[in-house]
Each structure stands twice: as structure tokens, then as C-alpha cells.
Design a binder for this molecule. Structure first.
Ligand SMILES: C[S@@+](CC[C@H](N)C(=O)[O-])C[C@H]1O[C@@H](n2cnc3c(N)ncnc32)[C@H](O)[C@@H]1O
Length: 213
């Protein structure tokens, strides 16, 4: 059976995570990571998880009443998330997609992209960041997390295509929004390397309108 849908060519980063996800599903390692746990209390209404991985955040948000569109290229992740959503009757639509080229149709009360954009070449990463920003409703929030410059753990990247933003790039991109939090965190990684993350949570100017019925 092909691992990817027709429009998805093989991709080293997706292969890396698909293998990790197979092990995590087997071992029932399904807890929120710290970035997802920090994002969860800010989510409401219609939520986009762009690069959802196993969908732990999508499920947690849906259990709290959010309606979630969850997108990722990993077939293992999407199959797992669909099975969980079906078993619990959660309002989640999970789709396998190449997010380098994916065009969004709707706008969302919350747009989340944790740990995805660095797997694209920089031109693509910036194009998709602009798209994500544009698809947050007025008064809605964006949660964006990326690896930034200073990161020396590179094993999961496709050598041809990855992007480490400058540490101040996300706040620059969201100038004019209300910053809820903006953190740079360093984590030790294998082989005496480090991962440096920037996580921005920001609210788009404007009125959210009436709360959903
Ligand atoms: C570091 S994981 C983050 C997953 C999840 N957001 C989390 O916090 O656990 C990176 C995710 O990006 C996905 N990914 C990488 N390249 C992709 C692409 N071109 N299209 C769609 N998903 C991609 C991988 O399948 C993986 O799920």
C-alpha cells in the first residue's frame, strides 16, 4: 500500500515522524507535549491544527468542545487520529495533506502549528506562515512554534529543505497582534546538540463576534 497520497512525494521528515508515531501508538505514548499543553487553554470554537502529528492536541481540544480540522502528511498519525475521533465521537476532521502546498479555505477561531514550518524550505515556510496568519478570524488566536537559529540537532531534517527562523522572526511577523506569550526555549538533544524553539501565542486585532451557540 502506498504510504503517501498521489500528490505527496517521499519526504525524509515525514518518514522520520511516521516511524516515531508507529512506535508511540504501539506503546500508547499519547500525552500532550509541553507546547501543546500550553496552547490548550487558549483554544475555543473552530480550531485548525496544521501539522497535528498524532492529534493529541486535536483530541484534547475536541473533548473541551472545539471543532477541529487536523492536517498532517503522516499516514500513521491521520489513521490513528481518525480512529480515536471515531471511537469517542469527537468533532474532528483529520486529513492527510502535504502542508507545503496546502491551501486553506476556511478561517478559524484558533490556528495552531506546533513544530511544522521548520521542515519546509524558507520561502515555503514564510508563505505558509502568511497563509496561517490570514486564516485567523478577527479576535482569534494563533499559536506558532518553530525551531530557530542556534539549533544544532538536524537529524530529522531533509538536508535539501529546512528553515531555521531567526529567534525574533515570529514576533516580527505578528507585529500589531496582542502578544499573549513569546518564549525561546533550549532543550538538550542527542550527540551533545541542542534544539532551540520559539513559541508565539498572539491574538489578532478585531472583535470575535457573538460566541458560538
Ligand atoms: C515535530 S512533529 C509535530 C507534531 C505535533 N504538532 C506535535 O506537537 O506533536 C512534526 C510534524 O510535521 C509533519 N510534517 C512534516 N513535513 C510535512 C509536510 N510536508 N506536510 C505535512 N506534514 C508534515 C510530520 O508528519 C509531523 O507530524
Amino acid at each position: 500500500m502506498p504510504k503517501y497520497s498521489a500528490h505527496m512525494t517521499s519526504n525524509r521528515s515525514v518518514d522520520f515522524f511516521d516511524e516515531q508515531f508507529r512506535r508511540q501508538v504501539r506503546q500508547r505514548e499519547l500525552q500532550l507535549n509541553p507546547f501543546e499543553a500550553a496552547a490548550l487553554p487558549h483554544l475555543s470554537g473552530q480550531v485548525l491544527d496544521f501539522g497535528c502529528g498524532l492529534g493529541n492536541l486535536a483530541c484534547a481540544a475536541a473533548r473541551r468542545g472545539c471543532r477541529v480540522l487536523a492536517l498532517d502528511a503522516s499516514p500513521t498519525a491521520i489513521a490513528h487520529l481518525r480512529a480515536t475521533a471515531a471511537a469517542e465521537s469527537l468533532p474532528i476532521r483529520a486529513e492527510q495533506a502535504d502542508l507545503r502546498t496546502h491551501a486553506l479555505r476556511d478561517s478559524f477561531d484558533a490556528v495552531v502549528s506546533i513544530g511544522l514550518l521548520m521542515f519546509f524550505d524558507c520561502a515555503t515556510a514564510f508563505t505558509q506562515l502568511v497563509q496561517l496568519r490570514a486564516h485567523v478570524k478577527p479576535g482569534g488566536i494563533a499559536v506558532i512554534n518553530v525551531l530557530v537559529q542556534g539549533t544544532t540537532f538536524l537529524d530529522m531534517f531533509d538536508a535539501e529543505a529546512y528553515c531555521l527562523f531567526a529567534a525574533d522572526e515570529l514576533p516580527r511577523q505578528f507585529a500589531g497582534w496582542e502578544t499573549l506569550s513569546c518564549d525561546v526555549q533550549r532543550y538538550p538533544a542527542p550527540g551533545d546538540t541542542v534544539k532551540v524553539f520559539c513559541t508565539l501565542m498572539a491574538r489578532k486585532p478585531g472583535d470575535m463576534g457573538a460566541p458560538p451557540a
